[in-house]
Design a protein. Structure first.
Length: 171
């Protein structure tokens, strides 16, 4: 009986060894396949990168040629004169932006310019802020501001000859 169990154990060990040998050979084959696939993947990635670079280069060439063509057509159609000098200021931070003190009272926001929630600007506040921004841009670009129009012309020219007759007596 002892001999039989020894024989069975030897058979099991040998079958296990055979199975381990078979699995190790398959593992080596799979490892080789993985290395081949990895190298193939790297080659494909390299080709993809080259193709993407080529596409990007072609797109930039097309964009440059279109930009050149459109600037030529725009220059022909340009009616308004552009200021000859480029801006000499960069609007970065708040060092060169116009002062907004006309929106404050004693350092606090002016309640007349705020909505009911006291956070957002109302129409008047937006108008003043837009005016401040416009003034800052014109000042920074050295563009003269257009002359301000008076709000009402009726006070300046009271008798313009309109309304209630022509001002002549007809007998």
């Amino acid at each position: 009986m002892l001999e039989d169990t020894r024989n069975q154990i030897k058979l099991m060990v040998s079958s296990n060894n055979n199975e381990i040998d078979f699995k190790s050979k398959r593992l080596e084959e799979k490892n080789e396949e993985i290395t081949q696939l990895t190298s193939s993947l790297n080659i494909v990635k390299k080709k993809l990168d080259e193709a993407q670079d080529e596409i990007l280069q072609l797109k930039s060439n097309i964009s440059a040629s279109l930009d050149e063509a459109t600037t030529r057509s725009i220059q022909k159609e340009l009616v308004r004169e552009v200021p000859p000098a480029k801006p000499k200021l960069l609007f970065v931070g708040t060092s060169n932006i116009q002062d907004h003190t006309n929106m404050l009272v004693n350092g606090n926001p002016n309640d007349n310019l705020l909505c009911e929630d006291k956070i957002h600007l109302n129409d008047k506040g937006i108008s003043i802020l837009a005016s401040n921004i416009k003034r800052a841009i014109h000042t920074g670009l050295h563009i003269p501001l257009p002359p301000a129009r008076p709000r009402s012309r009726s006070r300046q020219r009271p008798n313009r000859g309109r309304g209630r007759g022509r001002g002549r007596d007809y007998d």
